[in-house]
Design a protein around this ligand. Structure first.
Ligand code: 5GP
Length: 213
């Protein structure tokens, strides 16, 4: 079965990163695409695990060398998916999970067809505001900016193949897993389907002949 790219997008605070981590921990047919970013590392993050943390110069050099499958500016920082990362995971026989924002997702959908895109919706505006307030020690102004940005991002939901509402984390993870499982069964992704069907048919023919001899 051929492997594919699983894009997870949501507004900030929508829960896609947590869903991605849970999925990665529970399945061995998935590999995470470690993005490059110019954003400063948070204390909980590890270079080369959560992100490849680059300087602006390093990022621009790679961009000019054509190393990115997509890239975007978000919240004043640059983010990009390295083509080599995607190839590394695919070469290992695993589907590639990409935790990326909407502009990058649009670029990948344009460039590749082996993509399944999933938009994670918050259950309500109240929950999103609550999650953002808990997470960041932002002042009112930057919270308002994040909420405006969330509104813009939500408008893109309809461009995705699937939508999952993250009201219950375990259920949302199970729903994304179910989407991945269903997508692995797509006819077009079955290598050697014609040969399998041919073999079944010729075996059936032989059995039929035995019965009628
Ligand atoms: P954060 O700084 O909170 O880790 O991520 C900010 C946003 O950038 C999130 O929406 C995240 O999904 C997105 N992001 C992370 N990596 C990439 C990437 O490689 N490309 C794009 N386009 N967005 C990314």
């Amino acid at each position: 079965m051929s492997r594919f790219l699983v894009i997870l997008s949501s507004p900030s605070g929508g829960g896609k990163t947590t869903i991605a981590h849970r999925l990665m921990a529970s399945r061995d047919d998935l590999g995470f695409s470690i993005s490059a970013t110019t954003r400063p590392r948070r204390t909980t993050e590890r270079d080369g695990v959560d992100y490849h943390f680059l300087s602006i110069e390093q990022f621009e050099q790679r961009r000019e060398a054509g190393a990115f499958l997509e890239w975007a500016e978000y919240g004043g920082h640059l983010y990009g998916t390295l083509e080599a990362e995607v190839d590394r995971v695919l070469a290992g026989g695993r589907h590639v999970v990409l935790d990326i924002e909407i502009q990058g997702a649009a670029q990948i959908r344009q460039r590749r067809s082996d993509v399944v895109s999933i938009f994670v919706l918050p259950p309500s505006a109240e929950v999103l505001v609550q999650r953002l307030t808990e997470r960041a020690s932002d002042d009112r102004e930057s919270l308002a900016r994040r909420l405006t940005q969330a509104g813009i991002e939500l408008q893109q939901a309809e461009l995705y193949d699937y939508v999952v509402v993250n009201d219950d984390l375990a259920r949302a993870v199970a729903e994304v897993a179910a989407i991945i499982d269903a997508e692995t069964h797509r006819t077009a992704r079955q290598d050697g389907l014609v040969q399998t069907v041919d073999r079944l048919r010729s075996d059936l023919e032989r059995r039929t002949n035995e019965l009628t001899e």
